[in-house]
Design a protein around this ligand. Structure first.
Ligand code: PEP
Ligand code: MG
Length: 324
């Protein structure tokens, strides 16, 4: 109940048997910070930086970005703020920039693909982020990474920018660098990526669309949007296991993170962070508090042996009923 949920506001996110995880908030603009402070979030797991670009009349300057990031970091510290670099393209367009016309924009010029092509856009954003890092606890998250080469290119640019900033006498704090896992190639390469990144953040909204080759905006193929399908759940487990093998951490920041039925399963997989809109945090924290970690690990085995989305959903529905 809503009243019971309120009692979880001041609490940590842990299971009945005291296994700890974390629930962070997704935000789309600094205006969402109010929600952050009202619902007991343990950090920001996804700050979509698109708003800065979509509301503006022209590419936002380094100074404009720096001020926005600094404000968020100061407000959230000492907790971690994960800021995602620009994820534009697909369905998100800009008033002041003409994207190339493409048959399949979701498979085209989007996110880091744009910023690796127009490097000055990446450099400006990274300069703002690194300068802001001094004022809080920052993690930089790169969207739509598909290959190891892309990640290495981004990392090289970041290291170059850092050197330049230090030469200019700018102050820079410590920061982490991770990637969105939302393209199947990145799941397949997860163990190799895990050596290089500090963390993974699984973008299940896109991971589902790219795994089933079904546009997330299309009504006619919406039956293929299957978060409970073992194909997705096995992918998530592989990413978590790969990160832990190299002492890195994994978050889920797509919509799957706020599905109550899935929370026990993710606990069983050892998910380090759930990230969701602030209003869902207490609901999920309450479910986690009723889960027994050892038992949830057995649930993972059972679920991954099933074949269809419906079979999984039925099993998880019953599991949730039994623990609540
Ligand atoms: C996702 O793909 O799950 C995600 C969190 O990113 P976005 O919804 O912004 O693409
Ligand atoms: Mg995405």
């Amino acid at each position: 109940t809503k009243k019971e949920e309120q009692t979880f506001k001041a609490k940590e996110s842990k299971t009945k048997d005291n296994w700890k995880t974390k629930i962070a908030a997704n935000i789309g603009s600094p205006d969402d910070l109010e929600g952050y402070h009202n619902f007991g979030a343990e950090g920001i797991g996804l700050f979509r930086s698109e708003f800065l670009y979509m509301e503006a009349q022209n590419w936002p300057t380094e100074e404009e970005q720096f001020n926005a990031y600094k404000k968020v970091l100061e407000s959230i510290k000492p907790n971690l703020t994960v800021i995602r670099t620009l994820d534009i393209g697909g369905d998100k367009t800009l008033k002041y920039y003409q994207f190339p016309k493409e048959m399949n924009p979701f498979l085209g010029y989007r996110a880091i693909r744009v910023q690796l092509d127009q490097k000055e856009l990446l450099v400006t954003q990274i300069r703002a982020l690194l300068r802001a890092s001094y004022y809080g606890n920052l993690a930089i998250n790169i969207p739509m990474i598909a290959t190891i080469d892309e990640f290495k290119k981004v990392k090289e640019i970041i290291i170059d920018v850092e050197k330049k900033l230090l030469k200019e006498g700018k102050k820079i704090g410590k920061y982490q660098l991770g990637i969105m896992v939302e393209i199947p190639s990145t799941v397949i390469l997860a163990e190799k990526f895990a050596k290089y990144v500090d963390f993974f953040s699984i973008g299940t909204n896109d991971l589902i669309q790219y795994t089933f080759a079904a546009d997330r905006m299309s009504k006619s193929v919406s039956y293929l949007y299957q978060p409970f399908n073992p194909a997705i759940l096995e992918s998530i487990k592989k990413v978590i296991d790969s990160s832990h093998k190299y002492n890195k951490w994994t978050a889920i920041c797509g919509e799957m993170a706020n599905e109550e039925k899935l929370a026990p399963l993710f606990v069983g997989m050892g998910l380090d962070e759930f990230s969701m809109s602030s209003t869902s945090i207490l609901k999920i924290r309450r479910v986690i508090a009723k889960v027994d970690k050892k038992n949830a690990e057995k649930l993972v085995e059972k679920v991954l042996n099933l074949e269809t989305s419906d079979q999984v959903e039925n099993l998880l529905t019953n599991y949730l009923k039994n623990i609540l």
